[in-house]
Design a protein around this ligand. Structure first.
Ligand SMILES: Cc1ncc(COP(=O)(O)O)c(C=O)c1O
Length: 367
């Protein structure tokens, strides 16, 4: 195998890697937290310095156009207006705001593989949850969903386009069309999907994501886009006046600008290629089983351990002994679908076949 990345857009790979500090080891963990660019880090630091020079509120006024550009980028990539996009502290924060503010009946339909912490937020806000129909791999059954929703209509539909526990891309646009035809509001968790798979043509009533994952922005941030009227005036006013880390929001806006400049379609194509390359490289390494079909268009690969191997211990030893960062995915990530823990591998666009070979050799050694 060649050691250079096989890319549909070679300059994307080179630009992405050159924009960041050198990696210490092998980073295969963008579904948890990507590596920020130097420009995003330095813009956040420069804003913090400016706060010390002129005062935090004066600096915030000066940064408003940068934050607007960030919100406009989110809007353009999701089909919302700039004014529909609000920064949050993350995806769970966004769902908490949305469900806490929900003024309709508290019934909701979502996938059986719904993200565990989302299920907890739904329960805490008193939502009665029913399952959308899926096939054997946990993918939405588009042919059956309209009838299922008509038989027992929920007040809202929630879709996690790409889960935390598995790199299966859900047919969000098809569900959007079904929900529109049925007159049901659709809320989309794009924590893993944004800046990774296409989110522009879903036609959701609300969508949210996190900064630190595929966008490669700072930690502790996310956004919530909602069509006018979905959120109450009180909640919108609260968000507008909440104390926030403006420096981090500046960093996120820079990361969003870099994503737009790289070409979202190029990033998507490269991440799909990364997923396929990863799955081929890891198919049947020391008895670990790849969950996703090779050609699934996402860069998330999940590995089921061989009998007797603990993926949590393997993850820790990969870091300690090989400086390779992956994620341990326990069943709490998708408690209604996962039957055992897994190891998640989620490289960004710059992964090389050398990186994957080093990982495969380490996995063999630790199994
Ligand atoms: C699918 C999904 N939804 C929601 C979240 C929660 O995101 P945050 O930590 O920004 O609240 C995650 C985080 O991993 C996720 O993968």
């Amino acid at each position: 195998m060649a050691s250079r990345p096989t890319s549909t857009e070679p300059t994307l790979v080179q630009t992405w890697r050159a924009a960041r500090p050198p990696v210490a080891g092998v980073h295969l963990d963008s579904a948890a937290c990507s590596r920020q660019s130097l420009a995003a880090i330095e813009a956040a630091a420069a804003h913090a310095r400016h706060e010390a020079e002129v005062g935090g509120y004066v600096a915030a006024e000066a940064a408003a156009p940068v934050l607007d550009a960030g919100r406009a980028a989110v809007g353009a990539l999701t089909g919302f207006a700039l004014t529909d996009v609000n920064f949050t502290t993350g995806s769970n924060h966004a769902l908490d705001i949305l469900l806490g503010d929900w003024r309709g009946e508290r019934t909701l339909a979502c996938l059986p593989g719904e993200y565990g912490p989302n299920l907890l937020i739904m329960a805490r806000h008193g939502f009665d949850v029913r399952a959308l129909p899926v096939d054997g791999s946990g993918r939405l059954d588009v042919g059956a969903v309209a009838a299922a929703l008509a038989a027992d209509p929920p007040a809202l539909v929630h879709l996690t386009t790409l889960g935390s526990h598995k790199g299966i891309v859900q047919p969000a646009a098809a569900l959007g069309a079904v929900c529109r035809a049925a007159g049901l509001p659709l809320v989309v968790d794009a924590a893993q999907a944004f800046a990774h798979v296409d989110c522009a043509d879903v036609g959701a009533d609300a969508m949210y994501s996190s900064s630190r994952k595929w966008t490669a922005g700072p930690r502790g941030l996310g956004w919530l886009a909602a069509r006018p009227g979905l959120l109450s005036e009180g909640v919108l006013a609260r968000m507008a006046h909440a104390e926030v880390n403006v420096a981090a929001q500046v960093g996120l806006s820079i990361a969003l600008g870099e994503h737009v400049e790289a070409g979202p379609a190029h990033v998507r194509a490269r991440l799909a290629e990364v997923g396929a390359t990863t799955r081929v490289a890891l198919s049947d390494v020391a008895g670990w089983q790849v969950v996703e079909p090779i050609e699934e268009p996402s860069a998330i690969t999940t590995l089921i351990p061989p009998d007797g191997v603990d993926p949590q211990a393997v993850r820790a030893r990969l870091i300690a002994e090989h400086r390779i960062v992956t994620t341990y995915a326990g069943v709490e990530r998708a408690p209604k679908e996962m039957t055992g823990p897994a190891l998640r591998v989620s490289p960004h666009v710059d992964v090389t076949t050398d990186d994957l070979e080093v990982f495969a050799a380490a996995l063999t050694a630790l199994s």
